[in-house]
Design a binder for this molecule. Structure first.
Ligand code: NAD
Ligand code: APR
Length: 235
């Protein structure tokens, strides 16, 4: 029987890296090729919506070509087999956690596979290229659609659920994130304040490294399955 009763997992781009999805701040990362202010801010969307649509259209097309990796599969197994609760909070906008089988999942930065209508404020599944002429599947309005992605300066989604899970958890595990962007980068301190044991699983020490009780460095497809094996054995 595991010593833990409630686990909160936080993932970032590093968990999808070995599936072939670019991270943001590693060498040759997305933000070394595109200025985040042009494609990941509300101001950038007002300035040039076509540019922003094309950026996310290309990422949506790329997402259709990649598959979940052993780290995604291990996290889905943890949710299935762990005796207590497992809440997976991801900063990623890809659908690899769902496709690996995770269900108790919060996309705090939104999802590439959804569109948000600025006229009716409803979200709809979206898989084709979006443009200023795209029509909202819910209300039919034309020219009001944006990617359902949270941009810099915007509030992440379901923060009430996330903080409630952090208040309950006795184990917090951060996987594949550089700890660069708040509020996600502050979750480890929130968990610590609530008495949780905190673990970082990452390729290299993140910006928040010193806040963690424990760290295992390596590639997610190796260290995450090993960590899950250990957690399920109650060791
Ligand atoms: P922030 O202050 O939390 O983060 C700003 C980040 O922008 C910095 O940490 C840095 O990593 C990054 N940055 C700054 N200059 C950069 C550059 N030249 N190239 C690449 N990265 C650079 O951001 P904020 O404006 O306070 O907004 C935070 C909110 O936005 C949070 O709600 C967060 O969840 C959300 N967010 C969403 C996305 C997304 O793409 N979905 C990206 C970042 C933040
Ligand atoms: N295994 C484990 N960790 C990895 C791997 C791997 N194979 N490859 C990269 N990493 C780690 C890197 O060491 C880095 O710490 O993943 C982290 C990726 O960091 P970022 O590129 O900054 O991505 P992330 O932390 O998810 O960014 C947070 O910033 O721009 C926004 O919205 C964007 O959600 C994103 C947020």
């Amino acid at each position: 029987m595991s010593a833990y009763k409630s686990i909160v997992l936080l993932t970032g781009a590093g968990v999808s890296a070995e599936s072939g999805v670019d991270t943001f701040r590693d060498k040759d990362g997305i933000w070394s090729k595109v200025d985040y202010r042009d494609v990941a801010t509300p101001e950038g969307f007002i300035r040039d919506a076509a540019r922003v649509h094309e950026f996310y259209n290309q990422r949506r097309r790329d997402m259709a070509k990649v598959k979940p990796n052993a780290a995604h599969a291990a996290l889905a197994r943890l949710e299935r087999e762990f005796s207590g609760s497992v809440t997976l909070v991801t900063q990623n906008i890809d659908d690899l956690h769902e496709r690996a089988g995770s269900t108790n999942l919060i996309h705090m930065h939104g999802e590439l596979g959804k569109t948000l209508c600025q006229a009716c404020e409803r979200r709809s599944p979206w898989s084709k290229d979006m443009s200023a002429l795209s029509q909202c599947p819910a209300c039919g309005a034309v020219g009001y659609l944006r990617p359902d992605v949270v941009w810099f300066g915007e509030m992440p989604y379901r923060m009430d659920h996330i903080y409630a899970a952090l208040a309950e958890c006795d184990l917090f595990v951060s996987i594949g994130t550089s700890g660069n962007v708040y509020p996600a980068a502050g979750f480890v301190e929130e968990a610590r304040l609530n008495g949780a044991h905190t673990v970082e699983l990452n390729l290299e020490p993140s910006d928040g490294h010193s806040s963690f009780d424990e760290a295992v460095l390596g590639r997610a497809t190796e260290i995450v399955p090993a960590f899950v094996e250990k957690a399920l054995a109650g060791r």
